[in-house]
Ligand binder design. Structure first.
Ligand SMILES: [Zn+2]
Length: 442
C-alpha cells in the first residue's frame, strides 16, 4: 500500500495519519489526516472508517490536541544572542552589545540561528511564525528544511538616507523573488519596515505600495517605547499610528508588534483598518517599556490581537506557552483587572488569531483545515488534575508538556524527538562562539 516501512518515516510527510483517542475540546475523538496534510475526518468513531487506510497510527490516549501555536513577532536568528547581554538599559544594550555583534553576522550564522529557533519553537508547540531579520534567504532555507510555516521579511531601515533606501528596496525585492522561486506554500515573503522612527516617510510609502502590489504582509514595530512616541510627535506633529496611517501602512495586511504606547484613538484607527497586533509581553517587561499593550482598547476597537515572543536577546526563549501566561498576567497586573485577558482568549491569541494574521487558515482543528496540531501530554504534574485543560495549558504548563507537533500533516516532533536536533545544537553553538569572537577582535 505504501513505501513507509519504518516509524522514522513519519517525519517525511506525505503520509496519512490517524490520531486515535485524543482529547479535543473535552471529548475523546479520532482525527484522520489525509496524505495531502488536511484534516479529512474528525469524530468519535473515525478509526472504524480509517484504521485500515492510515499509513501511520498515533495512539493519543492520555494526550490533549490543540491547534499548533503561532508566534507573530520574532527575529529568529537572534537565538545566537541568547544570554549575550541582559539587564542593561535599552539604549546601551542596543548600541554597545546587540548592533556591534549584528554587524558581524553572516548568512551562515542566520541559517543556523534560524534552525535553532525552529527547533526551539517546534519543541514548544509552535508551527508558524512571523520573522523579521537580515540574510532572510538563508532563514528561508532553514525554515524550508524544518517543515514549519513562516512569513519572512527583511528588516528595512533607511534612517532617511536615500542610498540606504535604495539598497533596502533591492534587498526586499530580492527576498520576495527568492521566496517565490522556492514555491513552498508554507513560506511567504513580507515587507518589513522596521519602525516609524527608523524608516523615512518616503520609504514607508514605498513599503505600503509594495505590500499592496505584491499582496504580501507588512511587518512593523509600533510604539514600543514612550520616547519614540514623543519623538514622532515632535518631528511629525502626530502620533506613530497616525503617521503610519498617513503613509497607507495600516491595513489587514499589517502586523504591528508591541503597540505598548498606543492611545485610545490610535487603537480605534488600528481596529478600523483591520490591523493585526502582536503582543510581546516578556520582551516589554524585560526591557522595561513601562506600559502594557492596551488589550481592552484594541479588542473593543476590533483589532486582531495575537501573541509573539520577539527575539531571543530580549525574552530569552521562544516558548509561546510561557508567553501566554506572561500575557495573561501582565494584562491583569498592569491594567489592574483580575478578569482581563482570560485563559480562553489568551489561547485564541496564540492560535486562531495568529493564524488569521499570517494568512494560514483559521487555526482551528476542524474538517478541511490544514493539519497543524500539537499533542500535549496530560500525564504530567502541570496537567494534573485536569479540571480545565485550557487553564492548565495557559497558566500551569510550559512548552515541555508538548509531546507531538504536526504541521500541514507532517510530523515535526514525535515523543519529543525532532530529527537532526544534535547537529543543530552543536552547529548553532559553534557559529555563536565564532560570531562573538569576531566582534571581540575589533
Ligand atoms: Zn522585534
Amino acid at each position: 500500500m505504501n513505501e513507509y516501512k519504518e516509524y522514522s518515516d513519519i517525519y517525511r510527510g506525505g503520509a496519512s495519519i490517524l490520531i486515535a483517542g485524543v482529547l479535543l475540546n473535552g471529548k475523546t475523538v479520532d482525527i484522520f489526516i489525509s496524505a495531502d496534510g488536511k484534516i479529512e475526518d474528525l469524530s468519535e468513531n473515525t478509526r472504524t472508517v480509517h484504521r485500515s487506510d492510515a499509513e501511520f497510527i498515533i495512539d493519543a490516549s492520555g494526550k490533549i490536541a490543540l491547534p499548533g501555536l503561532v508566534n507573530t513577532h520574532t527575529h529568529a536568528a537572534m537565538t545566537l544572542l541568547r544570554g549575550y547581554a541582559d539587564d542593561m538599559h535599552l539604549h546601551e544594550w542596543l548600541t554597545e552589545k546587540i548592533w556591534p555583534l549584528e554587524a558581524h553576522l553572516t548568512g551562515e550564522d542566520v541559517y543556523w540561528g534560524t534552525k535553532l529557533a525552529c527547533l526551539e519553537m517546534i519543541k514548544s508547540g509552535t508551527v508558524a511564525f512571523n520573522d523579521m531579520y537580515f540574510f532572510m534567504e538563508d532563514a528561508a532555507r532553514a525554515v524550508d528544511e524544518t517543515g514549519m510555516k513562516a512569513v519572512l521579511s527583511h528588516g528595512f531601515i533607511d534612517f532617511g538616507n536615500e542610498e540606504k533606501r535604495d539598497s533596502e528596496i533591492a534587498s526586499t525585492k530580492k527576498l520576495i523573488s527568492y521566496i517565490k522561486s522556492m514555491n513552498n506554500p508554507r513560506i511567504k515573503g513580507a515587507v518589513g519596515p522596521h519602525a516609524p522612527y527608523t524608516v523615512s516617510k518616503d520609504a514607508l510609502e514605498w513599503c505600503s505600495a509594495y505590500s499592496e502590489e505584491e499582496d504580501i504582509k507588512l511587518h512593523i514595530h509600533l510604539s514600543e517605547t514612550e520616547k519614540e512616541v514623543n519623538d514622532c510627535i515632535n518631528e511629525h506633529a502626530m502620533r506613530p499610528a497616525e503617521l503610519l496611517d498617513k503613509c497607507n501602512c495600516l491595513s489587514s495586511r499589517t502586523i504591528a508588534a508591541h503597540c505598548c504606547w498606543l492611545d485610545e484613538k490610535e487603537c480605534r484607527i488600528l481596529g478600523k483598518k483591520g490591523v493585526h497586533v502582536s503582543h510581546n509581553p516578556a520582551s516589554n517587561m524585560k526591557l522595561a517599556v513601562n506600559r502594557a499593550m492596551p488589550y481592552q482598547w484594541l479588542k473593543d476597537a476590533g483589532a486582531n490581537v495575537t501573541l509573539g515572543t520577539d527575539g531571543c536577546s530580549s525574552n530569552n526563549n521562544l516558548d509561546l506557552s510561557e508567553e501566554m501566561k506572561t500575557a495573561a498576567l501582565l494584562q491583569k497586573f498592569y491594567w489592574n483587572s483580575d478578569t482581563l485577558l482570560p485563559a480562553g482568549e489568551t489561547l485564541a491569541m496564540a492560535t486562531s488569531a495568529g493564524k488569521k494574521a499570517l494568512g494560514f487558515g483559521n487555526g482551528r482543528i476542524e474538517q478541511g483545515e490544514a493539519a497543524d496540531i500539537i499533542l500535549i501530554d496530560r500525564n504530567c504534574a502541570c496537567m494534573t488534575p485536569l479540571h480545565n485543560p485550557v487553564s492548565n495549558v495557559v497558566y500551569s504548563c510550559n512548552g515541555n508538556a508538548v509531546n507531538t507537533v504536526i504541521c500541514d500533516g507532517r510530523v515535526l516532533m514525535s515523543e519529543r524527538e525532532v530529527p537532526g536536533e544534535e547537529e543543530i545544537l552543536s552547529r548553532a553553538e559553534m557559529v555563536a562562539e565564532s560570531l562573538v569572537g569576531r566582534a571581540k577582535e575589533e
